[in-house]
Design a binder for this molecule. Structure first.
Ligand code: IMP
Ligand code: MG
Length: 169
């Protein structure tokens, strides 16, 4: 069942792009996209940035093995090079915030690399599920505690390609 149709996604991404472009005016931020889920939103958002010469980095993070509950221990696959982050303005992008552990862990790590500034952006936020004290600087939509798929979000690796966000009934 659809909960956020394609047009609403596009509209919100455009708004976020405007806001982020204004906030980063005159800067050259590094956009760190958390894959696999953050790819769709990350790329769409990058295309909505106006006059921002952004650099891009990606890192793969996984906290769900195959079910609908977080393992509570996000695993980072691959390495982040401290030199890519030290002294730079970093914007970390993910698809959704659930317990908050994934974005918090990556943000803390990037801060430890000596980034000049670190902000976070997630398309969706499920505040009812939070287990750590974490709030993103930018979010698209807040949703209830339901498991969603589409627009990058998967269930056991499936449904990422759906152009809308839907819930599994
Ligand atoms: P957190 O570390 O618990 O905040 O989990 C965030 C990660 O869990 C996201 O990057 C997603 O990969 C995954 N996730 C959380 N909720 C959902 C959902 O409803 N559908 C699909 N993936 C989800
Ligand atoms: Mg993820």
């Amino acid at each position: 069942m659809q909960i956020i149709p394609e047009e609403k996604i596009r509209q919100r991404v455009r708004e976020l792009g405007k806001k982020i472009s204004a906030d980063y005016a005159g800067k050259q931020p590094t956009i760190l996209i958390l894959t696999n889920g953050g790819i769709f939103f990350g790329v769409d958002l990058l295309r909505e940035l106006k006059n921002i010469p952004a650099r891009i980095e990606c890192v793969r993070v996984s906290s769900y093995k195959s079910g609908t509950r977080s393992s509570g221990n996000p695993e980072i696959f691959g390495t982040l090079e401290p030199d890519d982050f030290a002294g730079r303005d970093i914007l970390i992008i993910d698809d959704i915030i659930d317990t908050g552990r994934t974005l918090k862990r990556i943000r803390d790590q990037v801060e430890n690399f000596g980034a000049k500034s670190v902000r976070t952006c997630a398309f969706l936020d499920k505040p009812a599920r939070r287990e750590v004290n974490f709030y993103a600087d930018y979010t698209g939509y807040e949703i209830d505690d339901v498991f969603v798929v589409g627009y990058g979000l998967d269930y056991a690796g499936n449904f990422r390609e759906l152009p809308f966000v839907g819930k599994i009934c």
